[in-house]
Ligand binder design. Structure first.
Ligand SMILES: *[C@@H]1O[C@H](CO)[C@@H](O)[C@H](O)[C@H]1NC(C)=O
Ligand SMILES: *[C@@H]1O[C@H](CO)[C@@H](O)[C@H](O)[C@H]1NC(C)=O
Ligand SMILES: *[C@@H]1O[C@H](CO)[C@@H](O)[C@H](O)[C@H]1NC(C)=O
Length: 458
């Protein structure tokens, strides 16, 4: 831009100055002043600083809140049109009005969350917005100089390029694998994990240990619902499931259906011990308090039934997931979901601390199905999940990176120690990790943040 612009101007000025003293002379008069390149350079440097000040983490949080708003507003608009259609001349439909009031409340809460997220970065935001205003003014001034339309052409090019990029990545997304037919898994090998897609603080004053996700076998009308379990006592014990009717309600922490209590005390017989729980078919599966068994809490009947694990199963924080020389307390039992249902991952004394995988069978009470033994020592693993009948295990690389390094294919019995797929972490620790077969997402509870990633298959 600099050369394009400055050369013709300089040439013209030089021409008028150096005009030889012949009979033919020409004067250049231009209404334009010289292009202020130093200013442009200052603006460029300022913009670069702005970009580096805003970290992807902060952006992701704001993005998610904005996404929530963007999803909410069209719905509100729709509901308002419905309301208008139902206008009988004097009275609006009471039901629609109620719906709209609820919508408005949730939007207000969303805006409040957005505001507090912004305030959290107040210092940065204040600085950045002053800078941006300054840059904006400078750019306007510069554009006024821009008689050759260099800047505006460049802006148009950038816009086109961005549209093109968006279009290309949209196409890539379309070629990603879609839902598998039930009970069978035509996905190939797990190739990559991209994201995070969701990154949110969840409930205010959150607890360090917990889990969240979607029910892969929801009741009719609850397809878009999400659940959250927090270990509210000593980072070890929980006693209720919190539910949300949409991803944006989860993000703004507005739980309209509220909590479903297992018991009013925490902990007590058959309440939750340890973070690696899953919801499947309107029932929560988890390690029962102070027992080597899997509990199933039916959210409809509000009753708990359980299935005993084999003798020798490590429990009460004796067979945990670990990294380096630190372990995640009370992670003896890891419940998991995949396309085929519910699994339990654990270890036993007779397996010398190696991971064991068993299918959890439906039934009254639930039972244990087929079992697979691995040669993977559980203390070298930070978490595990099952996707398409394949067990995957992760290990801690550093505070920013986790690696899916191990797999066991239950169809062939083949073990691999070189899976080599990285997960970009937002916080150092993963307290729970589970695969959601409905949308091929990994749901992670990480130092009280809720994070999700997309799994890409071959
Ligand atoms: C904001 O600006 C002030 C004054 O220029 C500076 O001291 C401070 O470090 C800046 N804060 C950030 C987060 O950039
Ligand atoms: C996996 O995804 C990450 C993040 O999107 C990307 O940087 C990386 O190149 C991908 N790796 C492979 C093998 O596709
Ligand atoms: C939960 O209880 C309801 C009502 O008793 C029953 O219809 C349903 O099958 C139960 N769900 C599970 C997963 O057992």
């Amino acid at each position: 831009m600099k050369l394009d612009l400055i050369l013709p101007l300089c040439a013209l000025v030089a021409l008028s100055r150096q005009a030889p003293s012949s009979e033919c002379s020409c004067d250049l008069t231009t209404s334009e002043s010289l292009f202020p390149h130093d200013k442009l350079e200052a603006v460029k440097a300022g913009a670069a600083k702005c970009n580096s000040d805003i970290s992807p983490q902060k952006e992701a949080e704001l993005d998610m809140l904005l996404l929530g708003l963007r999803r909410r507003l069209p719905r509100l608009q729709e509901d308002v049109s419905t309301l208008e259609r139902e206008d009988d001349g004097q009275l609006y439909g009471a039901v629609s009005l109620q719906v709209i009031q609820n919508e408005l409340t949730q939007i207000k809460q969303l805006v409040a969350r957005l505001k507090s997220a912004v305030q959290a970065h107040e210092h940065l935001t204040a600085n950045t917005s002053t800078q941006l205003q300054y840059l904006n003014v400078e750019m306007k001034e510069l554009e006024a100089y821009d008689s050759m339309q260099v800047v505006s052409t460049q802006l148009t090019n950038q816009r086109l390029k961005r549209d093109l990029d968006r279009c290309t990545s949209g196409q890539n997304r379309n070629t990603a694998p879609s839902q598998p037919p039930p009970g069978n898994c035509p996905h190939g090998r797990l190739m990559n994990v991209t994201g995070p897609r969701v990154y949110t603080a969840g409930e205010p004053g959150s607890h360090k240990y917990g889990a969240w996700g979607r029910d892969p076998k929801p009741e009719a009308g609850k397809e878009g619902w999400y659940w959250l379990v927090m270990l509210t006592s000593s980072n070890r014990y929980g006693h209720y499931v919190r539910r949300y009717t949409s991803l944006s309600s989860l993000i703004v922490a507005v739980s309209t259906p509220g909590n479903v209590m297992i018991h009013s005390s925490n902990p007590t017989t058959n309440t939750i011990q340890g973070p690696n729980v899953v919801l499947h078919g309107e029932a929560l599966y988890y390690n029962c308090y102070n027992q080597d068994s899997v509990c199933r809490f039916n959210l409809t009947s509000k009753t708990v039934t359980n299935t005993q694990l084999p003798k020798g199963t490590r429990f009460n924080s004796k067979g945990n997931f670990c990294h380096l020389d630190e372990c995640y307390l009370y992670t003896d039992l890891d419940l998991a979901t995949d396309e085929s249902g519910v699994w339990v991952i654990y270890t036993t004394t007779q397996d010398f601390g190696n991971l064991v995988l068993s299918k959890v069978e439906d039934g009254e009470p639930p039972g244990l199905g087929q079992t697979w033994r691995t040669s993977l020592y559980k203390q070298g693993v930070t978490n595990a999940f099952v996707a398409c009948g394949v067990l995957y295990a992760t290990r801690y690389v550093d505070k920013n990176l986790e690696e899916i390094f191990y797999s066991l294919d239950t169809a062939t019995g083949e073990e691999r120690f070189n899976v080599g797929v990285s997960i970009n972490k937002m916080s150092a620790n993963i307290q729970s990790l589970n695969y959601s077969p409905v949308d091929q997402m990994l749901h992670v509870y990480s130092d009280s943040f809720l994070v999700s990633y997309k799994v890409l298959f071959e």
